[in-house]
Write a protein that binds this ligand. Structure first.
Ligand SMILES: O=C1O[C@H]([C@@H](O)CO)C(O)=C1O
Length: 580
């Protein structure tokens, strides 16, 4: 028999535990807030690199407004599509969308495009502090300028300190319209988009500007005048760097100032110091700089193209010590961009990244063994004369019904039901163009066992032209992964994994695959939904360089109908939540 006092004590204990739980939640996410935004997406005239063009803007601004929130907050974006003739979706790059996979903003995968004139309300929790961004994920709308920053401030203490911060979103820009670019990519003969006309820092660049000829304008109210970073001496600043480039891989440097890398894709890393940093499309970093140089001067901040043979002027802006005139140019030349094809140097930077040793739950080491390993061979091929990128010889062509709905409601006609290949032929020689230049197109899905650990080995190869293999940064939606290894040449099953780092491998959502090499990532399939995993170079995704993964979709109880009313689900009644 339990005495009254014991019962009371038990009750007290339970109540006490409940309050402790609330306190812990409160400490993890003090005062979570709901942050509301109203956005209109429309095309406007703008001069990102001093040449007027049309860009896809949000609320009349390019880049779109920066979202700032605190970890634990809910972000609500009421988006109205004011484009005249095309749908739109926005992907929140790096946000986990745990429990809200229909808010991931990927056309054909997580939702239907929002039609012209329609409004869709994105609602999601930003549970992890970090440097993120958002961008269009329909057609090549990211190349058209549809992007902006998303900064999630930490709700608890961070493993480093700083006095001030700047946000730097990097992109590349073409004068040729995105529609023309898309036509070229699917034309026979193929017309490549070529290298960007300009690089942009926070949407600002200067086409072909020459310091020698004095044609760069560092001051003024023009839309292309650089975003200058004004600093006080002897302070520590956090630079939040993110790259949403369509094509360019970049090397970034701040003249005379070392950078200490502390964050990658919203994950703390073991700090390390560099003179310059490599950043590929889809990645983000935080670096700390100390303003400990001569405060009577300004210093160059530069970003230049690497990884492909460059044909674009280096992007420049200034680190401006507050007592110096903001437009006063440094007497010295801007930092030299390392050789574009110095892949040894790029790999050495990638190898420096390590997960921080002060482990938090999110940064624990990966499970030692995967349940399944999928090998994805990246090749350039032909399909009916068009140039495509293919994964295990299948080039991704997205269906009209979003996978999230077709998997959940078992609409078997919505996509190819046969599972895509897990690997590629043993005899495939990655050092030469494919013996069979042709690929097929398809839209099958890799179905992953819920809560299983999955390895994906991304295997690079020779493209269609001899002696050519390119850089491909692969981005995974809905998850972070551990980058467990990089290697040159072909991944050898049973051997290559012996070198995996399962101790302090960096946690990320984007990983670069180097020419003629492989990159292995490991993740736990614990986020119910359908998720894109693809090369983040916009023309490459457009040419089919991606796969779709899905896990635990049958666990999703209620999916807002508004996300999925198209294709085979077009008849779904309005204002209904589908579930059960
Ligand atoms: O996808 C691409 O196509 C071109 C080239 O391979 C064919 O012209 C290029 O450089 C790419 O990255």
């Amino acid at each position: 028999m339990i005495s009254g006092t014991t019962r009371d004590a038990t009750k007290l204990l339970v109540i006490g535990r409940f309050f402790l739980f609330l306190l812990a939640a409160e400490m993890a996410f003090p005062n979570p807030t709901v942050r509301h935004f109203r956005w209109n997406v429309e095309s406007i005239f703008w001069s990102p690199d001093c040449i007027e063009n049309s860009v896809m803007a949000i609320n009349g601004k390019f880049p779109g407004p920066t979202i700032r929130a605190k970890a634990g907050d809910t972000v609500v974006v009421r988006l109205t599509n004011k484009l005249n003739t095309e749908g739109v979706v926005i992907h929140w790059h790096g946000i986990g969308q745990r429990g809200t996979p229909w808010m991931d903003g990927t056309a054909s995968i997580s939702q239907c495009p929002i039609n012209p004139g329609e409004t869709f309300i994105y609602t999601f929790v930003v549970d992890k502090p970090g440097t993120y961004f958002y961008h269009g994920h329909y057609g090549m709308q990211r190349s058209a300028g549809l992007y902006g920053s998303l900064i999630v401030e930490a709700a608890a203490a961070e493993p480093f300190q700083y006095d001030g911060e700047f946000n730097i979103l990097m992109s590349d820009w073409w004068h040729r319209s995105v529609h023309e670019q898309e036509i070229g990519l699917s034309s026979v003969p193929f017309r490549w988009i070529n290298e960007p006309d300009s690089l942009l820092i926070n949407g600002r660049g200067q086409y072909n500007c020459s310091l020698a000829a004095g044609t760069c304008k560092f001051e003024g109210a023009e839309q292309c005048a650089p975003y200058i970073l004004t600093v006080h001496p002897n302070k520590t600043y956090r630079l939040r760097l993110a790259s949403t480039t369509a094509l360019a891989s970049l090397n970034v440097a701040v003249e005379n100032h070392k950078m200490v890398v502390v964050e990658a894709d919203g994950n703390y890393v073991e700090p390390f110091e560099v003179d310059d940093l490599y950043i590929y499309s889809g990645e983000s970093y935080s670096v700390l700089i100390k303003t400990d140089q001569d405060p009577t001067k300004n210093y160059w901040i530069s970003a230049g193209v690497i990884g492909r043979k460059p044909n674009t002027t280096q992007a420049l802006t200034l680190l401006n010590y507050v007592s110096v005139h903001a437009g006063h140019l440094p007497g010295s030349p801007p930092p030299a961009v390392p050789r574009w094809d110095d892949f040894v140097r790029m790999k050495s930077f990638a190898q420096k990244l390590r997960s921080i040793s002060r482990n938090s739950a999110a940064l624990s080491p990966p499970p030692v063994r995967p349940h399944r390993r999928i090998a994805l061979l990246n090749t350039q091929n032909l399909f009916l004369g068009q140039i495509k990128w293919a994964i295990n010889n299948i080039s991704l062509s997205l269906p009209p019904t979003p996978y999230l709905g077709s998997i959940r409601y078992k609409l078997r006609a919505a996509f190819d039901p046969s599972p895509p290949p897990e690997s590629f032929p043993d005899g495939y020689d990655i050092t030469v163009p494919a013996a069979n230049r042709n690929c097929t197109v398809g839209n099958g899905v890799y179905m992953l066992g819920f809560n299983t650990t999955v390895d994906v080995v991304l295997q690079n190869a020779n493209a269609l032209a001899a002696n050519t293999s390119e850089v491909h940064p692969w981005h995974l939606h809905g998850h972070n992964f551990w980058v467990v290894g990089y290697g040159d040449g072909r991944f050898v099953e049973g051997l290559s994994e012996k070198g995996f780092n399962v101790k302090d491998s960096p946690v990320r959502n984007t990983a670069v695959v180097f020419p003629y090499g492989w990159t292995a990532v490991r993740f736990v399939a614990d986020n119910p939904g359908a998720w894109a995993f693809h090369c983040h170079l916009e023309p490459h995704l457009h040419m089919g360089m991606g796969v779709v993964l899905a896990e635990g979709v049958d666990r999703l109880r209620q999916i807002p109908a508004g996300a999925l009313r198209c294709g085979l689900m077009a008849d779904m009644p309005a204002n209904r939540t589908v579930g059960g």
